[in-house]
Write a protein that binds this ligand. Structure first.
Ligand SMILES: Cc1cc2nc3c(=O)[nH]c(=O)nc-3n(C[C@H](O)[C@H](O)[C@H](O)COP(=O)(O)OP(=O)(O)OC[C@H]3O[C@@H](n4cnc5c(N)ncnc54)[C@H](O)[C@@H]3O)c2cc1C
Length: 815
């Protein structure tokens, strides 16, 4: 007889902190018929040797949410599950060396306040009152996080395991999953102790997730880095200070130098993220061992020398302490450093909760998110930042290793809105790419596709450093203004490869789409926006629907949404239907031609009827090449999107450039497009449009066809309408300083936080700083005066009418 249960609702593969937290959260939510398989002893992967830091800091809203939740959970966990453990809430001080860093701290402090946390900015002379042993002469300030601390990772895992077991969930140790197969709509998991059938399976195998992924036929975007921390002997001064204070020193993070320094007993723990970092198990001469349970890499202190010296200068006491131990362990990375939590791409009823770089501080929140994915198929918070589907087929191993090393080496790097990280580039090039580059195009990757962000003029500073600013300053800003004004006064062309495209065809295709979108699919010959809601009425995605025939539609959506949106469509296909949904992203491309002169430019090179109205499309020839000319413009001017076979784009580009040159046509980039769309109030996916908001909150009621018999989310939206919408999407103009409002800047009214921005930037046509955002509904009246907190300073702002700031009547679009 098998030693293990033959059936479970969920099987989790991997017993590190994340897998066990997932099991605990499932059990707590009532799904107790769940099993966790661990190939060795619990914590045998990265968890046993983790330093155990539990920060809440993140410049990402969703990651901060997860970490905040973890810290809250851990504070009450010992008592909740009756398992005592070491968790020290010591607070932390993040040191800033520059004005830009202080701005980052201010922004995070603002987000933290919104999430109910009191993060505090310290002036340089305040740092020593909390940390008397630090040198502060070269600092611009610091961020104090009172919730930061450290926990014993093994005890934390055991506590979660106890909680899960007490509720009835099962954990099988020394029981590796060795294979999986799909049978009768169930998963069958093979183990050394027998087989288990289950409805859902979760890959929580940490740095072994890639191996487990292969069982499902999945090539996972992950790699493994070596990460070290050093433990130092007791320092009498630290012991004396701690004794007197009655607590440990706060943790110091010198983020510009790239390390943390923590009090460990009465000595120190120093953990750098070094630039000269090392990947492991990525070359044939360094194969991944079958089993690495409870093992470490050899010490490699040479790599850390610079960091040790820097830390000794920062805290001279450290220089007097003897190094007692070094820990060098495997730590997995995805290409952006965020974990994978959510549906396993392309695999039914399978999920991922793995590749955690900060699994101890994120484990609690990750368990909650994973449990929601499995049980409800959706999450409370929008978790796109961790969704496995954000990495598509182009993320091969070379790319993943290059990005993983870049992220590790800049673990504490600032993510400036106009800066493009250089590693892993040029994965997907438009056939027009060389032309774009020779015209000065400065590009970055969108789902792997290089697109011009802006066009440098002769003499413009195109260095990385020039874009490492939060402010509206530098050559790129001036160049973007020129591009926007050219689009306003003459015309611009933007080569836009990589739009995700799906061909939807077959009997009943239109009726089916109408059950998914809140509005109505357009009639043949027309194009329109479709909003896809979930059952709660929240915004899942927005796609352009181009109707070629009654039951033949082309769906166009954001580049990064490729796998996400395709899965949404295929998951909702009616059983047994003949509707075919086909991803044709790679076959076609698009160029935007927009501006008042665009009709004149096209008229000499196309046979199309250019008098056809806004929101129509037609099959036509441009310079003898077939294309679909679509009368829309995300820039808000007269214009066409020219969709063609991807290989034909250079000929079309050349013809348009030639015809346009005498009329003032110039190429423009993504930064200009962002500025232009803000002036029109056009929403961007996963900023303005996310599952954090409902369709009604998003101000999209004009896209809701209430009298349709049924559509996904209708019930919830109808109920929300009846009870009253509590938040409203608004456009604001801000009397801002030198920075525009980043995502998730807080809105203030009468001394209270009343909303948040979802995107912001400078509108060159109107000469104003603009933010789109969500505001308490009773304040959404046009003309209401508010304040927007931008990097810690509050600036006056005005709520605008519910119409575009630029060309409110859309006359230029319709011209
Ligand atoms: C030196 C160092 C310091 C760190 N410090 C911190 C820190 O201070 N704070 C922080 O938040 N994070 C820290 N981390 C990162 C942290 O350790 C990881 O993010 C976290 O432990 C990941 O947990 P996990 O559960 O995802 O994976 P793991 O702990 O690796 O667990 C995965 C489990 O899956 C099991 N497994 C694999 N294959 C199979 C199979 N086929 N069948 C069954 N089981 C399988 C493994 O045995 C393993 O136990 C540190 C990492 C290192 C290397």
């Amino acid at each position: 007889m098998s030693e293990i249960a033959g059936h479970a609702r969920v099987v989790i593969i991997g017993g590190g902190v994340v897998g066990v937290s997932a099991l605990y959260h499932l059990a707590k939510a009532g799904w107790t018929d769940c099993v966790l398989l661990e190939k060795n002893e619990l914590t045998a992967g990265s968890t046993w040797h983790a330093a155990g830091n539990v920060p809440t800091f993140s410049s990402s809203w969703s990651i901060m949410n997860m970490q905040r939740y973890s810290a809250e959970l851990y504070r009450g966990l010992a008592e909740a599950v009756d398992y005592p453990m070491n968790y020290h809430v010591t607070g932390s001080i993040r040191l800033g060396h520059s004005k830009e860093r202080l701005r980052e701290f201010q922004r995070v402090a603002g987000m933290g306040r919104y999430q109910g946390m009191d993060l505090e900015i310290l002036a340089p002379d305040e740092i020593r009152s909390r940390y008397p042993f630090a040198e502060t002469h070269d600092l611009t300030g610091a961020l104090y996080d009172p919730y930061d601390g450290d926990i014993d990772p093994a005890q934390l895992t055991q506590a979660l395991a106890k909680g899960a077991r007490d509720l009835g969930a099962k954990i099988y140790r020394f029981c590796p999953a060795t294979g999986v197969r799909r049978e009768n709509d169930e998963w069958v998991i093979s183990t050394v102790k027998g087989e288990i059938r289950c409805e859902y399976v979760v890959n929580a195998a940490g740095y072994y997730a890639r191996e487990v992924g292969k069982m499902f036929g999945r090539d996972m975007p992950m790699m493994v880095m070596s990460h070290q921390y050093m433990l130092f002997d007791e320092v009498p001064e630290v012991a004396a200070w701690s004794r007197e204070a009655g607590h440990k020193l706060p943790l110091l993070r010198d983020v510009d130098s790239s390390y943390y320094l923590r009090q460990e007993k009465n000595g120190f723990n120093l953990g750098p993220y070094e630039r000269n970092c090392k990947a492991h198990w990525v070359t044939p001469d360094d194969p991944m061992p079958e089993d690495f349970s409870f093992q470490l890499y050899l010490d490699d202190l040479e790599r850390l020398e610079w960091y040790i010296n820097d830390a000794c200068e920062r805290v001279p006491l450290l220089g007097r302490a003897g190094l007692t131990k070094n820990i060098n362990g495997p730590i997995p990375y995805t290409p952006d450093g965020n974990p994978l939590i959510g549906p396993m791409p392309g695999v039914p009823n399978a999920f991922e909760a793995c590749v955690f770089t900060f699994g101890i501080c994120q484990g609690g929140g990750a368990g909650k998110v994973l449990a929601e994915w499995v049980m409800q198929g959706e999450t409370e918070w929008d978790m796109w930042s961790c969704d496995p589907r954000r990495f598509t087929a182009f993320c091969d191993q070379d790319y993943t290793v290059a990005k993983g090393m870049e992220v590790y080496g800049h673990e504490y790097g600032m993510h400036f809105p106009h800066h493009a990280w250089p590693a892993g580039r040029n994965k997907k090039l438009s056939p027009v790419h060389d032309r774009v580059a020779s015209l000065g195009g400065q590009s970055s990757a969108y789902n792997g596709w290089e697109r011009a962000n802006w066009y440098a003029r002769p003499g413009d500073d195109t260095s990385e450093e020039a874009t490492q600013t939060w402010a509206r300053e530098g050559a790129w800003f001036e160049a973007v203004r020129d591009e926007c004004l050219a689009v306003r006064d003459a015309a611009g062309i933007l080569d836009l490869p990589g739009f995700s495209r799906f061909r939807v065809q077959g009997p009943g295709a239109r009726d089916w789409l109408n059950t998914l979108i809140t509005g109505m699919a357009p009639k043949p010959g027309r194009i329109g926006l479709g909003y896809f809601a979930d059952a709660k009425g929240r915004i899942v995605t927005e796609m352009s629907l181009m109707a070629l025939d009654e039951d033949f539609l082309f769906l166009i959506t954001a580049a990064t949404a490729q796998w996400h949106d395709l899965e949404w469509l295929t998951a909702h296909l009616p059983a047994g239907s003949d509707i075919v949904v086909q991803d044709v992203t790679e076959a076609f491309s698009c160029q935007i031609l927009t501006g008042p002169k665009s009709r004149d430019i096209l008229s000499g090179i196309t046979d199309a009827d250019l008098s056809k109205s806004w929101l129509t499309h037609q099959s036509a020839q441009v310079d003898g090449i077939w294309c679909q000319l679509v009368r829309v413009s995300f820039a808000g001017e007269l214009g066409w999107e020219i969709h063609s076979k991807i290989e034909d784009t250079p000929k079309i580009f050349d013809a348009v450039m030639k015809a346009g040159e005498p009329l003032g046509l110039r190429p423009f980039g993504m930064f200009a497009l962002n500025s232009l769309r803000l002036e029109k109030g056009y929403r961007a996916w996963k900023g303005d449009l996310s599952t954090d908001y409902t369709v009604l909150q998003g101000g999209l009621e004009r896209f809701v066809k209430w009298d349709k018999p049924e559509f996904l989310g209708k019930q919830a939206l109808a109920a929300e309408k009846l009870s009253g919408v509590t938040k409203r999407f608004v456009t604001l103009t801000i009397e801002a300083g030198d920075c525009d409002a980043p995502y998730m800047s807080t809105l203030w009214h009468d001394g209270k936080v009343v909303g948040e921005t979802t995107s912001g930037g400078w509108g060159h046509r109107i000469g104003k700083s603009i933010a789109l955002g969500m505001l308490r509904a009773d304040l959404a009246e046009p003309g209401t005066r508010l304040e927007v907190e931008i990097f810690g300073e509050r600036f006056a702002a005005t709520v605008q009418a519910d119409e575009p700031l630029w060309d409110p009547g859309n006359e230029r679009l319709r011209a």
